[in-house]
Design a protein around this ligand. Structure first.
Ligand SMILES: NC(=O)c1ccc[n+]([C@@H]2O[C@H](COP(=O)([O-])OP(=O)(O)OC[C@H]3O[C@@H](n4cnc5c(N)ncnc54)[C@H](OP(=O)(O)O)[C@@H]3O)[C@@H](O)[C@H]2O)c1
Length: 340
């Protein structure tokens, strides 16, 4: 590769900050600009916003200014997508990597998807989504499946106490702190799991499996006492945990499963055990089990979410125009990260 790839970071929340930290000193990526959503971040040094030394790059909310930098790629990690921004980025010729998994599928509906695809064709650019889950953990499962002669069921479980991922906006949108009989609770949770439905589609296609339906089931756990998490308060008796499955079903049988146990704290009923990390289980011939865990106890979720996108930037820049999913790229790994 001649010269480093020029990357603009779009927002510096938890995931975006981890992406910036992952790009600093990277041998083939060069951070050249940064978009800020929050007015109080505009004009501030990006390093400072991401908890590291100043980088000499100032965050801006001026989209034209950022596109004038002619980035090879935008690392797009806001809380919600702005389709106007995305179309402008893609039609300018900049590629996009994003942790918003639904952007690579039909998760936001046909019209936005068509607008994004058309923009990639006009700009001869690519849009790619990953993350950890959905994203890279299911890719590890697919990679493990190559060892099998027969697959009866392939399941990925994310099982975490997520109370260190301070994000009241996201947790309330998922239905945390509603009462279990609130009709909004199952609707909110299922909507939040839309990206897993896209993930099931990617996995089924990769496995050559025709699914008849994607089924969603979930249970709720309630807080045993009112708990102040620092960034939000859970009321006693309100939803403090979810356990569920998004399943690809064929001939009435659940064959591909994205499972989750998400807890805000530990003091809840039922108190499902948390395995901390990602458990991949394949039933078949042979049975296979893979555990993704951090020996030091707990994954830094922002890093494991951001890096599958950061590490894909070279492949995404080289990909043909369009919306590309993980099966359309060469194997994404930690290329260029091992240093003597
Ligand atoms: N696939 C995965 O494994 C995975 C895992 C976790 C998260 N995600 C996704 O990754 C994205 C980033 O997650 P995160 O936890 O880093 O998010 P976050 O910290 O809550 O927000 C990211 C940034 O979005 C901007 N923002 C805040 N409110 C917004 C709003 N109402 N509309 C648009 N932008 C807003 C802010 O930008 P400024 O910093 O510029 O103010 C904020 O820092 C989300 O879409 C999330 O769903 C994916």
């Amino acid at each position: 590769m001649s010269g480093r790839l020029r990357v603009v970071q779009w927002t510096t929340g938890k995931t975006g900050s981890a992406a910036v930290r992952g790009m600093v000193g990277h041998p083939v990526l060069e951070l050249v600009g940064c978009y800020a959503y929050s007015p109080d971040k505009v004009g501030r040094d990006v390093g400072e916003l991401c908890g590291i030394d100043p980088l000499g790059i100032v965050a801006t909310d001026d989209v034209d200014e950022l596109l004038a930098l002619e980035p090879d790629c935008v690392s797009y990690m806001p809380y919600r997508p702005d389709f106007d921004h995305l179309v402008r980025i893609l039609e300018s010729g900049a590629n996009v990597v994003t942790t918003m998994y639904m952007l690579s599928g039909s998760g936001y509906g046909e019209e936005p998807t068509r607008a994004l695809r058309d923009a990639t064709l006009r700009g001869e650019s690519s849009l790619y989504s990953s993350g950890i889950y959905p994203g890279h953990a299911p890719m590890v499962a697919l990679s493990a499946s190559a060892m099998c002669r027969r697959i009866d069921r392939l399941a990925v479980l994310e099982s975490l106490d997520i109370s260190d991922y301070a994000n009241e906006q996201m947790f309330r949108a998922m239905g945390f702190d509603l009462t279990v009989d609130d009709p909004r609770a199952p609707v909110a949770l299922e909507a939040s799991c839309g990206s897993f439905k896209d993930q099931i589609g990617v996995m089924a296609k990769a496995l050559g499996l025709r699914t008849d339906e994607v089924r969603f089931t979930a249970e709720f756990a309630t807080a045993n006492q009112t708990t102040d998490l620092g960034f939000m308060t859970l009321e006693r008796g309100h939803i403090a945990g979810f356990k569920g499955v998004v399943a690809g079903v064929a001939d009435g049988r659940s064959i591909i499963e994205c499972q989750f146990v998400w807890k805000l704290g530990e003091d809840m009923t039922p108190d499902w055990p948390v395995t901390r990390g990602y458990l991949i289980e394949i039933e078949g011939d042979p049975d296979v089990r893979v555990k993704l865990e951090s020996p030091s106890g707990h994954f830094d979720g922002a890093t494991t979410t951001a890096m599958p996108c950061v590490n894909a930037v070279p492949a995404v820049c080289a990909a043909p125009p369009g919306i590309v999913n993980q099966m359309a790229l060469p194997f994404v790994c930690g290329a260029y990260l091992a240093r003597p």
